[in-house]
Design a protein around this ligand. Structure first.
Ligand code: C2E
Ligand code: MG
Ligand code: MG
Ligand code: MG
Length: 286
């Protein structure tokens, strides 16, 4: 019946399915429709990355939202892993990157060439076609080197084959760089970290949350900063919510931060306004 309907990707309800499985299948179908409908319902928000000392906005992270026709705004935690399991992360990730490129060009034309960090799923990185599709996108939008950074989690370093390393270098050759997201929460051997061309470590929010009072988290933050320094990497602290967290991190030599203390993820229009108000002394030399 599925073939007759011309849709070999449709799976039907089976009485044996539990409620969770049915729920996933429904959401998967809805997400597929959203992607087919020229990505209707998908939107990128942008969270500022700030120089904590000057207060200036120096970049942003693109974070996807999905306006579901019945459920309203859905956060990525509710659909990214489903997209990864179903393979829909590939067209979704492609849409996110294309949208980030489009937005970069708009801001660039407005005199605000703000670099954008895009989250890349390990599923996307595992595709041999990734670099070619990124190349096409960058060429068609005329994206300059340094405009787009890719954020990966430590799981992307688990495969230490030459093929995997080669895929990193292919994207670097296109002018992108890499940040290691949620650093400290996954498994990453330090020797492997050294092998990979990573420019920035993002200290996970879970280690920032209890600063400066929690001695273990303070030790993790301090160790991450010194590791990064020794490996020649920059550091971004995620989830900075209080002035105390900010001040502690600055005292330890961490200057680039992202978190509700500075701004929540914003629409493109709000992002522009935020940057304008923080860029008074900033001349956007790139
Ligand atoms: P992430 O990449 O670690 O993104 C940071 C998350 O922390 C965002 O949640 C952001 O809103 C939240 N956050 C930022 N500052 C604060 C803070 O001060 N306090 C608190 N409590 N939270 C803060 P969001 O937007 O819900 O995204 C969750 C995760 O979904 C992301 O974590 C990322 O792993 C994934 N994700 C988002 N967009 C994409 C995408 O386009 N592609 C892929 N593959 N994954 C994405
Ligand atoms: Mg991220
Ligand atoms: Mg993160
Ligand atoms: Mg995170």
């Amino acid at each position: 019946a599925a073939k007759a309907a011309g849709r070999n990707d449709v799976r039907y309800y089976q009485p044996s399915m539990n409620a969770d499985a049915l729920e996933r299948l429904t959401l998967e179908r809805d997400l597929r429709h959203a992607l087919e409908d020229s990505a209707g319902g998908l939107q990128l928000y942008y969270q500022p990355q700030v120089d904590a000392v000057s207060g200036q906005c120096i970049g942003c992270e693109a974070l996807v939202r999905w306006y579901h026709p019945e459920r309203g705004m859905m956060m990525p935690d509710a659909f990214i892993s489903l997209a990864e399991r179903s393979g829909l992360i590939v067209p979704l990730g492609q849409w996110v990157l294309a949208e980030a490129c489009r937005q970069y060009k708009i801001w660039e034309a407005e005199g605000m060439p703000l670099s954008i960090s895009v989250n890349l799923s390990p599923v996307q990185l595992g595709r041999s076609t990734l670099a070619a599709s990124v190349q096409l996108l960058f060429a068609s939008h005329q994206i300059p080197p340094g405009a787009i950074e890719f954020e990966l989690t430590e799981s992307a370093l688990m495969d230490d084959s030459d093929d995997n390393l080669q895929r990193f270098h292919a994207l670097i050759a296109l002018g992108s760089s890499f940040a290691l997201d949620d650093f400290g929460t996954g498994y990453s051997s330090l020797s492997r970290l050294k092998r990979y061309p990573i420019s920035r470590l993002k200290i996970d929010r879970s280690f920032v949350m209890n600063l400066p009072g929690n001695a273990e988290d303070a030790a993790v933050a301090t160790a991450t900063l010194s590791l990064a320094r020794d490996l020649g990497m920059d550091v971004v602290a995620e989830g900075v919510e209080t002035p105390e967290q900010r001040d502690y991190l600055v005292s330890r030599g961490c200057y680039v931060m992202q978190g509700y203390l500075f701004a929540r993820p914003l629409t493109a229009a709000d992002m522009k306004a935020f940057c304008r108000t923080t860029m008074l002394k900033h001349d956007w030399v790139s």
